[in-house]
Design a protein around this ligand. Structure first.
Ligand code: FDM
Ligand code: MG
Length: 208
């Protein structure tokens, strides 16, 4: 493994298997490199004071303007930006369940412009790779349906998916290999294999 840790982001729609895959990668990397060398984080982090406001909004216990909630999601990342950087510098690999791509894809689906949505996240640590778990909203729904939270509606998920694809195109123009689309509609074993192949590839490239 390289001296610097690897920053691995997992993105996708609700019920695409993101959290399952993040957990699997974390476990495998911990087995390979030791518990101290890998951390699993997730956004939104609902445990901080800002995260509690986000949680209340998502559970429809409070209302906020689209712009205000967008900035809270971003602030929730800035709260831990310096700790992400110092972990990476200390050789700790980070597996991150959702990041700035969710921030833009969800808020833009409500009508905010991409440029406006991107702005508050500019300067946050950049991931080495984004694994985008792609699933159709129909297939996602069949997996036990969406939950009760504010954004878990098929129509919104459809727009979010389009936005993710757009973000992927843009990301690839900066660095082709930093966005990997994975077909998350397949069975668990097959998705796990594709995800792991992508993780090994990026970590191998970094070690070179
Ligand atoms: N979400 C998540 C956003 O709208 N913006 C963000 O910046 C992030 C990180 O929050 F619907 C949305 C995506 C999802 C909701 O996420 C809660 P989890 O992963 O289900 O907790
Ligand atoms: Mg959810």
């Amino acid at each position: 493994m390289s001296a610097r840790g690897t920053f691995i982001v997992i993105e996708g729609l609700d019920r695409s298997g993101k959290s399952t895959q993040a957990g699997i990668i974390h476990k495998k990397l911990a087995e390979r490199f030791g518990d101290q060398r890998v951390k699993l984080i997730k956004f939104p982090d609902r445990t901080t004071p800002i995260g509690k406001m986000i949680d209340s909004y998502l559970r429809s216990q409070s209302d906020l303007d689209d712009q205000a909630i967008h900035l809270l999601f971003s602030a929730n990342r800035w709260e831990v930006a310096s700790s992400i950087l110092s972990d990476l510098q200390n050789g700790i690999t980070i597996v991150c369940d959702r990041y700035v791509y969710s921030g833009v894809a969800f808020s833009a689906s409500k009508g905010l412009s991409f440029d406006w949505c991107v702005a508050p996240d500019v300067g946050l640590p950049s991931p080495d790779v984004v694994l985008f778990l792609d699933i159709s909203p129909e297939a996602a729904k069949l997996r036990g349906g969406y939950g009760e939270e504010r954004y878990e509606k098929e129509e919104m998920q459809r727009r979010v998916r389009e936005n993710f694809k757009q973000l992927g195109k843009e990301q690839k123009t900066t660095k082709e290999e930093s966005w990997v689309e994975i077909d998350a509609g397949k069975g668990l074993a097959s998705v796990t294999e594709d995800v792991w192949t992508a993780v090994e590839k990026v970590m191998g490239q970094q070690a070179e």
